[in-house]
Each structure stands twice: as structure tokens, then as C-alpha cells.
Design a protein around this ligand. Structure first.
Ligand code: SF4
Ligand code: SF4
Length: 344
């Protein structure tokens, strides 16, 4: 099902979706953009460049209750499964979600993540406005390819109309409200192809000087490279680069007792490898005590460890970390280009 629709038709369709399960979509927030519950189609900002936090927050919330327990030994899992629509995900964020899908599905599987993920209908939106730090084009993640897992896709054409395509049964159900719209003809499909070609070139605000597949090889030989000390010395250990990253998924788990100590909850919160305490363990030890060790770990984790695990680079080129770093040292392209320069 591939439809060609005008902007007013798209807004009317979105308004009809708002009568169903919750829709989360990009909206303006204090001069920037954020995914939030959509209440009316007029608030939808399909022209957003990048959101402050990635949409992974709907599958891996900043804070969530995993189980509830009582002092007597009662124990109840707190898995949520409300259907919802995640509308307007840029392709690079979809890639990040699909990476998390693969990681959280590994045995024994993360029931909390997977339950939310199965409850979601994902609508991808091709990028209309390029941010100052996008570099997804150099990583091959500026557009989605056929292997990615999502339900429907929207592309704004240069004349302001949209091509809307359903990719799954969920997507077709979501697009029921567009059943009377005309099918996309060869001209609009060709115009969509042009948008993809444009975006693969345009989302290269920082230029990677190598093919992405080269990154794991470079890192394999770069454990003792001086860049880790040089850049690490400037790091504030604020963790911002990890917290805004769509592919970071580290978390902390702790038990919180309610007043009276009769019962409590096991809570999971986001954590990040750039925080000083992240690798602190019993006995006062910290296995990544220095800033250089933490700084190096982040790039190995993005460019090698996840590659070794699922065969993909865990950087999708959203550029959020570059904008979030007050020390101006979190640009993955700068780091990988430097390793490439220094590797014979
Ligand atoms: S490392 Fe930076 S650019 Fe890459 S996915 Fe994470 S936040 Fe985006
Ligand atoms: S955002 Fe910059 S300063 Fe903060 S932890 Fe990351 S690299 Fe260090």
C-alpha cells in the first residue's frame, strides 16, 4: 500500500489516529524538538532536524519499575503492554531501535523492552531538515533499507506532498484512514527516490574518511593510541554524550523500599559509561578509573564491541553527542578519522 497525499490530508489522517492509542511524535520544545504525546496534528513538526532525546525512551524509559515486591516475599513483574504509535522517526533513529531490538532479544530476552516494542507501531519519516551535526549519510544510515523493521514510512516530496507506504500489517491497519487517497504513481515514487539520493549526500555534515566497516579494524589496533589521553584529559565525565545517544542502553538497577518497609520496587534507570561511578565495584575498585579509559571505552563500544556482537556499528550518525558535549570532544567522526590518519 503506497499512497500519495497532500499535507492537509496527512494532518487529517493524523487527527483521526489521535482517536486511537497514544501517538508520540516530534514537536517543538523551547527552540528545539522532542518526541512527546501528540494531542493535535497542528503540533506535529515533520520538519524537525533532530530531537533532544532519541525515541528509544519509549522502549527503555529513563526510569521504570521492573518488579514490585513485599517483605513477605511477594514478587510481581511490572511489564507494560499498552499499544502506541511512534510517529515520525528519522531513519538513523530507526536503525538504532533495530539494533536495540537485536540486543534486547538476545537470550534470555528483556521482557520489559520487548513487550513495549511489540506494542508499538513505528512510522518512519525521511529527513526534511538536516541538522548541523548529522553524519548518518557516511554510515549508510540516512535512509532505511528493506531489511529494517518498521511499519510505515512517510517521505515529503519537494512539492510539499507526501508518499506514505505501509510495510507491515500493522502499517496497513494504521493507514486504513488513507484508503481513499490515490496510489502513488511512478512520478511520485521517482520523486521519493530523489529525496533518498539527496539525503544520502546531505546528511554528511562531518565527513568520515573511511567506509564504516573499517572502524572495527582501526579500533582493534588503537588500544594504546594517544588520542584517548589527549581527549580524555578534557572530559568532564558529565555523561551527556551517552544519555543523548540512540544506541546507548546501559542501565542501573536498584531496590527502593516504600516508607514502613512493607513493600517496594526494583527500579531501572539510564546509566552511562562516561560517569565516574559506572565501573565502580565492591572494595573501592573502579575498572575504568581514568577519564581516558572511559573515553576510549565509549568509542570501542560504538565501533567494535557491538559490531562484534551484532555486526553493526553502534553509531548511526545522529550527531546528538557532538551538540551535547560542552568540552567539544565527543565527535565520533573526528576520532575515527584521526585513527585512520595515524594507521599505516
Ligand atoms: S555516538 Fe553520537 S552520533 Fe553516534 S549514534 Fe550516538 S549520539 Fe548519535
Ligand atoms: S559529553 Fe563530553 S565532557 Fe561529557 S562525558 Fe561526554 S565526552 Fe566527556
Amino acid at each position: 500500500m503506497i499512497k500519495h497525499i497532500s499535507e492537509p490530508e496527512l494532518r487529517a489522517w493524523v487527527d483521526s489516529l489521535l482517536e486511537g492509542p497514544p501517538v508520540y511524535a516530534p514537536q517543538a520544545r523551547q527552540g528545539r524538538f522532542a518526541f512527546d504525546r501528540l494531542r493535535r496534528s497542528a503540533d506535529l513538526r515533520l520538519d524537525y532536524d533532530v530531537t533532544i532525546l532519541p525515541p528509544k525512551k519509549y522502549f527503555l524509559p529513563q526510569q521504570e519499575t521492573l518488579v514490585r515486591f513485599t517483605r513477605e516475599g511477594g514478587f510481581e513483574s511490572a511489564v507494560e503492554a499498552e499499544p502506541f504509535v511512534l510517529f515520525g522517526i528519522h531513519p538513523y533513529d530507526l536503525v538504532a531501535i533495530n539494533q536495540l531490538d537485536a540486543i534486547f532479544a538476545r537470550a534470555p530476552g528483556d521482557a520489559h523492552y520487548l513487550t513495549r516494542r511489540h506494542a508499538a507501531t513505528l512510522v518512519v519519516l525521511d529527513v526534511e531538515t538536516v541538522s548541523e551535526h548529522h553524519f548518518a549519510g557516511g554510515l549508510g544510515q540516512a535512509t532505511v533499507d528493506g531489511n529494517r523493521d518498521f511499519d510505515a514510512m512517510l517521505t515529503r516530496l519537494p512539492d510539499g506532498s507526501y508518499v506514505a507506504e505501509a510495510r507491515t500489517e500493522k502499517g496497513r491497519t494504521l493507514m486504513d484512514g488513507l484508503a481513499d487517497a490515490p496510489d502513488a504513481g511512478p512520478e511520485s515514487l521517482a520523486a521519493r527516490e530523489e529525496v533518498w539520493i539527496r539525503n544520502r549526500k546531505a546528511l554528511r555534515k562531518h565527513r568520515l574518511t573511511m567506509a564504516p566497516e573499517r572502524i572495527p579494524e582501526l579500533l582493534a589496533d588503537a588500544h594504546d593510541h594517544p588520542i584517548w589521553e589527549e581527549k580524555g584529559a578534557l572530559c568532564y565525565s558529565c555523561g551527556a554524550c551517552t544519555l543523548v545517544c540512540p544506541t546507548c542502553y546501559c542501565f542501573d538497577v536498584r531496590d527502593e523500599w516504600n516508607p514502613g518497609l512493607a513493600d517496594g520496587e526494583r527500579v531501572r534507570t539510564w546509566d552511562g559509561c562516561m560517569f565516574t561511578q559506572f565501573a565502580a565495584v565492591a572494595g573501592g575498585h573502579n575498572f575504568r578509573k581514568s577519564r581516558a579509559a572511559r573515553y576510549r571505552h565509549r568509542y570501542f563500544r560504538k565501533g567494535k564491541y557491538v559490531w562484534d556482537m551484532i555486526g553493526e556499528i553502534a553509531c548511526v550518525g545522529c550527531g546528538r553527542c557532538i551538540g551535547a558535549c560542552t568540552a567539544n570532544i565527543a565527535n565520533p567522526v573526528e576520532v575515527y578519522n584521526r585513527l585512520q590518519e595515524d594507521t599505516p
